[in-house]
Ligand binder design. Structure first.
Ligand SMILES: C[S@@+](CC[C@H](N)C(=O)[O-])C[C@H]1O[C@@H](n2cnc3c(N)ncnc32)[C@H](O)[C@@H]1O
Length: 215
C-alpha cells in the first residue's frame, strides 16, 4: 500500500480553491440527496475534508451521530470547528480508511464525497467489502465523484481536467493515485447496487445513491 496523502496544508484554503475552480457545483453534488437523509441515525463519513457536508448534515438532521475518518489532522480540526454546536455528535478517527477496521458498529448512512478518487479500484473494493457487514438493507451510501463521460467532452475537456487535478494533488499532498478508480464496479463487486444517479456539468460530476444488493 502506498503512503497516505497529506492534505494538512490545504485545510484552510480547500474551500476557496474549490470555489475558484468549480463554483458551487461540487457543493450541489454533495447536497443532492440531503432531503432523503433526514431519518438516518448513524453515519460514517469517509474523508470529509474540512467538514462542510458533515456540518450541513448535522444541521438538517438533529438525531444523526456521525463518525468521520480522515488522514489529515488539520482537516479534522476544521471539521470540528465547522460543526459548531453540533460537534458533540461527531466522533473522529484520525486514520487511513484503507486500513481502518470498523468493528461492530452499524451505519445507516455512508458518505464519500470526492474521496473514492483518492483510492485505487482495488482499494475501493476492499474498503466496501470491509464496510458491508456494518450496513443493512436500509443503509444508503452517498457518493459524489468526478467522471469522464463518453464523447468529445470527455476526451477533450473532462479527461485533461481530471489529469491536471491529479497532478496538482500529487504536488500538494503526495497523493499517489493518478486516475479515477472504477468505483461503480468496485461497489458492485462488494455487494452494493446503484439506486439513483444524477450527472452534472455535462457528466463531469456524478451524485449517486447506493444501497445493499440482496444476496
Ligand atoms: C479530495 S479531499 C475531499 C474532501 C471532501 N470530502 C469534499 O467533498 O471535498 C479528500 C479528503 O480525504 C482525506 N483522505 C485522502 N485519502 C485518505 C485515506 N486513505 N484515508 C482517510 N482519509 C483520506 C484527505 O485528507 C481529504 O480530507
Amino acid at each position: 500500500m502506498n503512503r497516505s496523502p497529506n492534505f494538512d496544508r490545504l485545510a484552510s484554503v480547500y474551500r476557496w480553491m474549490e470555489m475558484a475552480t468549480f463554483g458551487c457545483a461540487l457543493w450541489h453534488c454533495r447536497c443532492r440527496f440531503l432531503d432523503e437523509l433526514r431519518n438516518c441515525r448513524t453515519a460514517l463519513v469517509l474523508g470529509d475534508g474540512d467538514g462542510r457536508f458533515t456540518a450541513r448534515l448535522l444541521q438538517e438532521n438533529p438525531h444523526v451521530r456521525v463518525e468521520v475518518i480522515d488522514t489529515s489532522k488539520a482537516m479534522l480540526r476544521a471539521l470540528l470547528r465547522n460543526a459548531g454546536v453540533h460537534r458533540h455528535r461527531i466522533s473522529v478517527h484520525h486514520a487511513d480508511a484503507r486500513q481502518w477496521l470498523p468493528g461492530t458498529s452499524h451505519y445507516d448512512l455512508v458518505v464519500s464525497h470526492f474521496f473514492l478518487d483518492c483510492l485505487s479500484t482495488d482499494e475501493v473494493t476492499a474498503l466496501a467489502e470491509r464496510l458491508r457487514p456494518c450496513t443493512s438493507d436500509q443503509t444508503r451510501w452517498v457518493v459524489s465523484e468526478f467522471a469522464i463521460p463518453a464523447g468529445w467532452f470527455g476526451r477533450l475537456v473532462a479527461q485533461p481536467l481530471v489529469t491536471s487535478l491529479y497532478l496538482a494533488f500529487r504536488l500538494l499532498t503526495g497523493l499517489r493515485v493518478g486516475r479515477l478508480p472504477q468505483h461503480r464496479s468496485a461497489l458492485s463487486c462488494a455487494g452494493f447496487v446503484l439506486d439513483q444517479d444524477f450527472p452534472s456539468l455535462d457528466g463531469l460530476l456524478v451524485s449517486e445513491m447506493w444501497v445493499r444488493a440482496l444476496r
